[in-house]
Design a protein around this ligand. Structure first.
Ligand code: GUN
Length: 287
C-alpha cells in the first residue's frame, strides 16, 4: 500500500495562516508589527532566490521585511557592524544572515552569527539558543527546519511519545536540533552519521526516520520499517532542473506509512517557521 504523502505545501499554508492571525493579534494588542532583516552578502544566485522567497512570504503574512545586500568583499568587521546596528533597532525583531557566506569570510561564520542578539536570532544558531533547546528552556529560538518537521508531525497526528526516532545526519542546523526536539517530545532518539555501524538495521527499527545527509537517494526502501514515517530533509540537485531528496521516494513510498516528497516537502516548512520565529522573537521582546 502506498504511504500517506505529507505535503509541505498544505502544512506550510496552515502554519502561515496561524502566523497571519498572530501578526494581527500583536498589532491589535500591542500595536507592534514583527520585523525581519535578512542580510545577504555577495551574489550567490541560490541565496538570492531564497532571500526573495523570505521577503515575499513576509509580505504574505504581514511581517515587515528588510533585505540588506552587502558586496562580496564585505569584511567580518563591516558585517558585524551592520548586525550591531540591527541589534539596536526596535522595529527589527529578527535578524538572519543568509548562508553560505562568501569564501573570504566563511571561516568567520561563527563569530558573525554569534554577533546576533540571541533574542533576535531567528535561525536559532546562536549558542545561547542552542543551549536553551538542549536544556528544554522554551524561551529560545528553534532552528526553522527541524521546528517545521516537528510541527508537521504534530499536525499530522503522528505519534512521537515513546516512538523510536532515527535521524541520519548530525548537522548543527538539522540533525542535532531535530534530535533534541523529538527527545523533548519523549521519543527515543538515535542520531546516525557516516561512521555509524549497522545503519540499515538501525534505520529499519525507526518509527520515525529523518534523512538529513545531503546525498541523493541515500535512504533506500529496504532501510525503512513498513508503516514508518519518513521525513526527507535533503535537497539535492542531480541535474540543472532536477531536485531529489535523500530518500529514494519512488520505492520508499511503497513501504512507509507516511512520507514527505522532495520537492514539495519540508523545504516549504522552513520559511513558514521563519515567520513563526520572527513572531516569537517579537513576543519575547515585548517584555
Ligand atoms: N542557507 C540555507 N539555509 C539556511 C538557513 O536555514 N539559514 C540561513 N541563515 N542560511 C541558510
Amino acid at each position: 500500500m502506498s504511504a500517506q504523502i505529507l505535503s509541505g505545501k498544505i502544512f506550510a499554508s496552515e502554519f502561515k495562516e496561524e502566523a497571519k492571525k498572530q501578526v494581527l493579534a500583536l498589532k491589535e494588542q500591542y500595536n507592534i508589527t514583527p520585523g525581519l532583516a535578512v542580510i545577504i552578502v555577495g551574489e550567490n544566485p541560490a541565496s538570492k532566490v531564497y532571500v526573495n522567497n523570505k521577503h515575499r512570504t513576509c509580505e504574505e503574512v504581514g511581517i515587515y521585511s528588510e533585505v540588506i545586500s552587502m558586496p562580496a568583499d564585505t569584511t567580518k568587521e563591516q558585517l558585524i557592524a551592520k548586525i550591531d546596528e540591527l541589534n539596536y533597532r526596535q522595529e527589527i525583531h529578527g535578524i538572519l544572515v543568509q548562508l553560505p557566506l562568501p569564501e573570504a569570510i566563511t571561516k568567520e561564520e561563527a563569530d558573525i552569527l554569534n554577533a546576533i542578539c540571541p533574542l533576535k536570532d531567528v535561525d536559532g544558531f546562536h549558542p545561547v539558543n542552542v543551549g536553551k533547546l538542549m536544556i528544554g528552556q522554551d524561551d529560545g529560538m528553534i532552528p526553522c527546519t527541524p521546528y517545521g518537521c516537528l510541527k508537521m508531525l504534530q499536525s499530522a497526528k503522528i505519534n512521537i511519545d515513546g516512538a523510536h526516532a532515527v535521524i541520519v545526519g548530525r548537522s548543527n542546523i538539522v540533525g542535532k536540533p531535530m534530535g533534541q526536539l523529538l527527545l523533548a517530545q519523549n521519543a527515543t532518539v538515535t542520531i546516525c552519521h557516516s561512521h555509524t555501524h549497522n545503519l540499515k538495521e538501525i534505520c529499519r527499527s525507526a518509527d520515525i526516520l529523518v534523512a538529513a545527509v545531503g546525498r541523493p537517494h541515500f535512504i533506500t526502501a529496504d532501510m525503512i520499517k513498513p508503516g514508518a514515517t519518513v521525513i526527507d530533509v535533503g535537497i539535492n540537485r542531480i541535474a540543472p532542473k532536477k531536485l531529489v531528496g535523500d530518500v529514494d521516494f519512488d520505492n520508499a513510498v511503497e513501504v512507509a506509512g507516511a512520507i514527505t516528497p522532495v520537492p514539495g516537502g519540508v523545504g516549504l516548512l522552513t520559511i513558514a517557521m521563519l515567520m513563526q520565529n520572527t513572531i516569537n522573537a517579537a513576543k519575547l521582546q515585548l517584555a
